[in-house]
Design a protein around this ligand. Structure first.
Ligand SMILES: [Zn+2]
Length: 144
């Protein structure tokens, strides 16, 4: 849930005019990847990532017998000593298999990839949904 709210959620209540009846009555819109015609295994991969239905340590150590505080869910695939969450795995982790996947998908990783708090959201919402989805599916497959 934290992932969803941090990176994908639309804030409620603090957008201007939220309490305006006309705006409130608008139908919610599905995310773009669910409205496009992409293979179901790829849209499933994106859904799993967005809803924490993956096997990254940030999620695995949330419910297991090995439950640990958030700050201690450290990536076991690299030496960065940082939390193994969605952003780290997709964009940063120097684990060789992930680096190889990123270099194979150059089109979704432009040379001057932006930095900042919204980088995962911007990455996920870029126009090449198919490329992002196939990359995400391959990343999730590395964490069975
Ligand atoms: Zn790592």
């Amino acid at each position: 849930m934290r992932t969803y709210h941090t990176h994908f959620g639309v804030p409620l209540g603090n957008t201007s005019g939220w309490w305006d009846d006309r705006k409130r009555n608008q139908k919610p819109v599905l995310p773009l990847y669910l409205r496009l015609d992409i293979p179901s295994n790829l849209s499933r991969a994106l859904s799993c990532l967005r809803l924490s239905g993956h096997n990254f340590l940030v999620q695995r150590m949330r419910h297991d017998r090995n439950r640990r505080p958030y700050e201690l869910r450290i990536c076991d695939r690299c030496y960065w000593h940082t939390i193994q969450d969605e952003e780290h795995i997709l964009l940063d982790c120097p684990y060789e298999h992930l680096v190889r996947l990123r270099t194979q998908q150059q089109l979704i990783f432009p040379p001057q990839f932006e930095d900042g708090p919204a980088r995962l959201r911007n990455f996920m919402n870029q126009p090449d949904i198919f490329g992002v989805a196939s990359f995400v599916a391959k990343c999730l497959a590395l964490f069975p």
